[in-house]
Write a protein that binds this ligand. Structure first.
Ligand code: UTP
Ligand code: MG
Length: 587
């Protein structure tokens, strides 16, 4: 809640102006029954028609001005809600962008999206409509009660008797309305994830002929949504009748009790008319108050859910003593010293990387091989600090990666992940993703994109597309093959000319011949740069300066190709198997 104050404080002047408009609106509204009273009295005393007509004109004029001021007050106050909503959502997204990869391993995308959309909307309601009514109801009551008490005190008390009941009933109904709204939202998110999963997994659905099951499951989800929406409509429909009943009851009391007073000559007809007018003016704010209580509840619950996200610290940040001025550029010497690492999955903290040490000079090539699940990806993820080591340290040019500014560290490393991910934009933008355009011209950027594509062995294919580098990838454009995606992610990593290149099984989806071509082109790009290759196919790594074999997080063999063959261990065995396969294929 403190955070919300911080946001709304920026718009304090608009809140204040809106408040002034509210007071003005109330004053104008409250003057109407008074002029009505004067008009009735004029009729009673048989004043000429023109007098009465001028009262009517006055009342109409006040109503028009009131409508304008009222609109203004809504615009001012509701817009604060909308602006805070916008700020909050931006900050929330910026915060999410800073959170470590580990955070997302335990989050559902749907849940995060619902918080960014629904909960932030609840905050808008709280700060807009909620705040307006919080201000408005007391103003109306202060005005209305004072005048009504002055007109006829006992009648005021009698007329307001039904109001607490109204407040209570409206509060209950709106609580149910909120609960029902949440249920509808939940069903809606179920439905959208059903659609999303089925569209994304359409190949699997087809392959297993699960269409009927999917259709049935969707229908069930859709039915549930309809049921909940209908319930919501029913609850919402109760509000109007309740309000009319309550204000009708109040009017009934006033007519009976007040009517007798008029007959007994203790009250004028004009006062009675004015009284009924004031009573009706109070009905809406009373109801709004009841409704607002649930808006506040919902807003507080939403803020709690948002606070849960805000309270997550970006665990991997620049160390306090990280060098503010980046040292001379990174050369690319990499050293792992007794590195241990485990994913904090609940309470099982078994080591995924267990006491790994090696050293790589600038410009050298390291290869990591090992069976699936050995920890290869985990090992290289530690270098750009996707995760931090549990024990030991990783040094680049002799400095602990945790003491390097993140920006410098990460921009020095070109990373080709195991699952190629591309954004749904133009090929050119995907490849240029990491290029720091500042300073360099457009032509330079273009040149780098083309060079990188050539080195990744994808240039001719891109030029073969009708729209070339302008081709949009993904949902709105062409679909690429697995190998094409891999090579595009490689081009993206190369385009920024990083000092260190990490390829996590990045050529697994291309055939041996294409791979040979890419490796040839890469050799020039990699001149003087350090590189780490993870590969299952040993032809990719034979020429590495250092090859390490990883098993269950430990280095079990190390050396260059020749020495590992002499050792006759896992590597030698794997090499013989692959050679056999290759000779079978070519024969
Ligand atoms: P890796 O993902 O590091 O293995 O997971 P790898 O060597 O690269 O395997 P391939 O060749 O790509 O298939 C190492 C271990 O860490 C666990 C995995 O279950 C595996 O046992 N792991 C991985 C996690 O617990 N959490 C993760 O986020 C990733
Ligand atoms: Mg892997």
């Amino acid at each position: 809640m403190l955070r919300l104050w911080g946001y709304s404080r920026r718009y304090l002047s608009r809140y204040l102006l809106g408040g002034v408009c509210l007071v003005l609106t109330a004053s104008l509204a409250m003057s109407i029954p008074y002029f009505l009273k004067l008009a009735v009295e004029a009729i009673e005393s048989g004043r000429p028609f023109t007098d009465i007509a001028s009262f009517a004109a006055l009342i109409a004029g006040i109503a028009v001005v009131q409508a304008i001021v009222r609109t203004l007050s809504r615009a001012l106050i509701f817009n604060v809600g909308r602006d805070v909503e916008c700020d909050l959502r931006n900050d929330l997204f910026a915060h999410l962008e800073r959170l470590p990869v580990a955070y997302y391993q335990h989050q559902h995308t749907g849940d995060l999206m619902s918080r960014l959309i629904n909960d932030v909307t609840a905050i808008r309601m709280l700060l807009g409509v909620g705040f307006l009514n919080l201000l408005n109801t007391p103003i109306y009551y202060a005005y209305g009660l004072t005048i009504m008490l002055a007109l006829h005190a006992p009648l005021t008390i009698a007329a307001l008797l039904p109001f607490p009941i109204l407040l209570y009933v409206v509060k209950r109904v709106s609580r149910r309305m909120m609960e029902q709204t949440l249920r509808v939202q939940e069903e809606l998110s179920n439905l959208s994830s059903a659609v999303q999963e089925n569209v994304a997994g359409i190949h699997v659905v087809r392959a297993y002929q699960a269409e009927d099951v999917a259709v049935r499951r969707f229908a069930r989800s859709n039915d549930a949504l309809t049921d909940e929406s209908l319930s919501l409509a029913r609850v919402r429909g109760q509000l109007g009748p309740i309000m009319r009943t309550a204000s009708g009851l109040g009017t009934l009391v006033v007519l009976c009790f007040g009517g007798t007073e008029v007959v007994r000559g203790k009250m004028s007809v004009g006062d009675l008319v004015a009284f009924i007018g004031y009573l009706n003016l109070l009905a809406w704010p009373t109801m709004a108050m009841g409704w607002m209580l649930s808006v506040v509840q919902r807003g507080r619950a939403a803020m709690l859910r948002l606070e849960q996200i805000f309270s997550v610290e970006p665990a991997i940040t620049d160390a306090a003593d990280a060098d503010a001025t980046p040292a001379a550029r990174i050369e690319g010497a990499i050293e792992y010293q007794n590195v241990c690492f485990s994913y904090a999955n609940g309470d099982t903290r078994s080591l995924v990387i267990d006491d790994v040490s090696f050293r790589l000079e600038p410009g050298q090539k390291l290869a990591i091989v090992g069976r699936t699940g050995a920890g290869k990806t985990s090992l290289v993820n530690l270098l750009p600090r996707m995760f931090d080591v549990t024990a030991g340290q990783i040094l680049i040019d002799g400095r602990d990666v945790r003491s390097l500014p993140l920006r410098q560290l990460r921009s020095a490393i070109g990373f080709v992940p195991q699952d190629p991910f591309l954004f749904s934009t133009r090929i050119e933008d995907n490849v240029a993703f990491a290029i720091d355009d500042a300073g360099n011209g457009y032509a330079e950027r273009d040149r780098r994109v083309r060079e990188a594509a050539a080195a990744a062995g994808i240039a001719t294919e891109i030029e073969g597309f009708p729209r070339g580098y302008e081709t949009v990838i993904g949902e709105r454009g062409v679909t690429l093959s697995g190998g094409q995606k891999q090579r595009l992610t490689l081009a993206r990593a190369l385009a920024a000319s990083p000092r260190i290149l990490v390829l996590d099984d990045a050529l697994s989806s291309v055939d041996t011949r294409t791979e040979r071509g890419i490796l040839g082109a890469l050799r020039a790009e990699l001149q003087g740069k350090s590189s780490i290759f993870i590969a299952h196919r040993l032809s990719t790594v034979m020429d590495a300066d250092l090859i390490v074999v990883l098993d269950e997080g430990r280095i079990v063999e190390r050396g260059d190709h020749a020495s590992l063959l002499r050792r006759d261990g896992y590597y030698a065995q794997l090499f013989r198997e692959q050679q056999l396969e290759e000779s079978l294929e070519t024969s």
